[in-house]
Write a protein that binds this ligand. Structure first.
Ligand SMILES: NC(=O)c1ccc[n+]([C@@H]2O[C@H](COP(=O)([O-])OP(=O)(O)OC[C@H]3O[C@@H](n4cnc5c(N)ncnc54)[C@H](O)[C@@H]3O)[C@@H](O)[C@H]2O)c1
Ligand SMILES: O=C(O)[C@H]1O[C@@H](O)[C@H](O)[C@@H](O)[C@@H]1O
Length: 328
């Protein structure tokens, strides 16, 4: 089978690529070919046993999706997006990439015709929900996003649902929790601090906490995110009926609980590197974000997380990103 990943140079894209190349299979099918696309040309993975093509292009340019789709990939992971902070600050750019790009992609699929109906896995977000909402958001709760990013994700979910209903593709939109601990440098996500306050202290650096410790949010590890994508790429989607969008399982914790977990796993010195500097903009954005979910539908459909506690999330980061060591 041929797999195409859009946004392959991003955090989740790189981890998904790594896992697929390591396993050489998606579900019970061997991977014969992978195409990695991103506006920042993805690095060609060293030592890959499967042919890998890397393409640097802007998928939101009209026509850019056409050559990618002409090769008739069997499974497409669509991860390309700009995130919350940037889509909020740059209105036109957000709609161009996060909405128009997706529309070009699904229309390129539709234009192939002849029964071509690839699996399309789209990474949506819990940002499709906006306050006020119940303490725990269930599977039946409606979308009223409070950011442009969430609005763009929500529209894409509907488009993918409708193109699927019309038999033009086989789509699923999975709403990822906030991925924690995000490795690497901070990006333009307003949610960045949830990861920064763990990652930077473990690396011996100071981190800024811009909100209060009672802020509660929904998290999953990068390892879980890749697991969700693989499951979404292989599961029987008929079991979902016509509703091809759903919230992923995760873990609801407060910032205070995150910090307590960091102290248990790494000690007091590490925790002392967190500095409290309130930021009214971030406080404002975060106040409209979901706090907790009941993700029963996803659990019934076989989506699972790799962690049971926030301590596990920290340990996964130390293991996978820091080679088992941190700055004590
Ligand atoms: N990380 C999270 O907490 C989280 C949570 C929910 C949903 N998501 C979604 O999951 C996906 C992956 O997230 P991530 O954390 O890896 O993000 P990321 O920012 O690390 O990666 C996104 C990638 O998309 C690429 N991209 C942006 N515009 C593009 C364009 N016009 N053409 C081609 N590529 C383009 C970027 O260069 C980047 O490499 C995104 O769609 C994001 O919205 C992420
Ligand atoms: O701040 C952000 O960009 C991120 O915020 C998280 O809460 C959302 O779940 C995620 O989709 C966004 O990418």
């Amino acid at each position: 089978m041929h797999i195409l990943i859009l946004g392959a140079a991003g955090m989740v894209g790189r981890k998904l690529t790594e896992r697929l190349l390591r396993e050489g299979r998606l579900g019970n099918r061997d991977i014969g070919m992978m195409t990695l696309q991103d506006v920042v040309e993805p690095q060609k993975p060293a030592g890959a046993k499967i042919p890998v093509k890397v393409i640097g292009s802007d998928f939101a340019d009209a026509g850019a999706a056409v050559p990618l789709i002409a090769e008739r990939p069997d499974v497409i992971f669509h991860l390309a997006a700009i995130v919350s902070g940037e889509a909020e600050a740059e209105f036109d750019k957000g709609y161009r990439i996060n909405l128009d790009g997706t529309r070009y992609l699904i229309d390129a699929i539709r234009a192939v015709g002849g029964g071509y109906k690839p699996r399309l896995v789209f990474t949506s977000s819990i940002a499709v929900f906006g306050a006020p909402f119940p303490e725990k958001i269930g599977d039946e709760f409606f979308h009223t996003p409070l950011t442009s990013y969430g609005t763009q994700k929500s529209i894409c979910e509907l488009l993918i649902n409708d193109y699927t209903r019309k038999g033009l593709l086989d789509g699923i939109s999975i709403r990822l929790p906030t991925i924690c601990v995000r490795p690497g440098k901070p990006n333009k996500a307003a949610s960045g601090f949830f990861s920064n306050i763990i990652r930077e202290p473990l690396a011996g650096e100071e981190a800024i906490l811009p909100v209060s410790e009672d802020v509660r949010h929904w998290h999953a590890s990068p390892k879980s995110a890749v697991g969700f994508l693989v499951h979404a790429g292989t599961m029987d989607l008929d079991a979902m009926g016509p509703r091809r969008n759903l919230s992923m399982p995760g873990m609801s914790v407060t910032v205070g609980e995150q910090i307590a977990a960091l102290e248990r796993v790494a000690g007091k010195n590490v925790v002392a590197r967190i500095k409290r500097v309130p930021d009214p903009t971030i406080i404002g954005i975060v106040s409209g974000w979901p706090r907790d979910f009941v993700a029963d539908r996803a659990l019934k459909l076989g989506f699972t997380t790799a962690e049971k506690t926030f301590d596990d999330i920290i340990r996964i980061h130390i293991e996978d990103e820091l080679g088992g060591k941190f700055a004590a």
